[in-house]
Unconditional design. Structure first.
Length: 171
């Protein structure tokens, strides 16, 4: 059965309890600080039907998570968690020409097209594997392709190749 909406309960039993605790604690801290955020990375992939072990928590965050200083120095806003009980909390910022990602910051878990977009930006094979598994779990490929075509058409061939691999593995 395809997971069309993210379901964090799918992480239970696969992801270590301390990682899930870190996810909840850090999300609450970000909310208290007024930092818009959405879950991305391995935990978000799991919420869409491919739960896997992961050792950190990843968030896409709004610009309010950072402080800008003279000389181009950028630091985290005081109070933004970088670790909870030994679990690293990692942050992705919205890059130049990526304003489209800001809409995702109102969601607990990044929408699948945003999650795949971020995975396509990465050179890591683990991220390609995550996309393959999301496709096999029933992700709406046409919705994702439309998003990628609209926001970064240069990623479309990479997505198409990953879809081809996923379909071949399903046979």
């Amino acid at each position: 059965m395809a997971v069309t909406r993210p379901d964090l309960s799918l992480l239970e039993g696969t992801v270590a309890p301390k990682v899930l605790h870190a996810m909840r604690v850090s999300s609450s801290a970000l909310t208290r600080l007024g930092v818009r955020h959405t879950l991305v990375g391995g935990l978000a992939v799991g919420a869409y039907g491919y739960p896997r072990a992961t050792k950190d928590v990843d968030f896409l965050v709004g610009e309010e998570a950072f402080e800008h200083h003279e000389g181009g120095l950028v630091t985290m806003k005081p109070g933004v968690p970088i670790q909870v009980s030994g679990v690293a909390i990692d942050f992705l910022s919205i890059g130049r020409n990526e304003a489209h990602l800001a809409a995702a910051l109102s969601e607990e878990v990044a929408p699948a097209p945003v999650l795949v977009f971020l995975k396509l930006k990465s050179p890591r094979s683990k991220d390609r594997t995550d996309i393959v598994e999301l496709i096999k779990a029933g992700m709406d490929v046409e919705r994702v392709r439309a998003y990628v075509d609209c926001h970064e058409p240069s990623f479309t061939p990479k997505l198409d190749e990953i879809v081809r691999v996923a379909r071949a593995e399903e046979e």
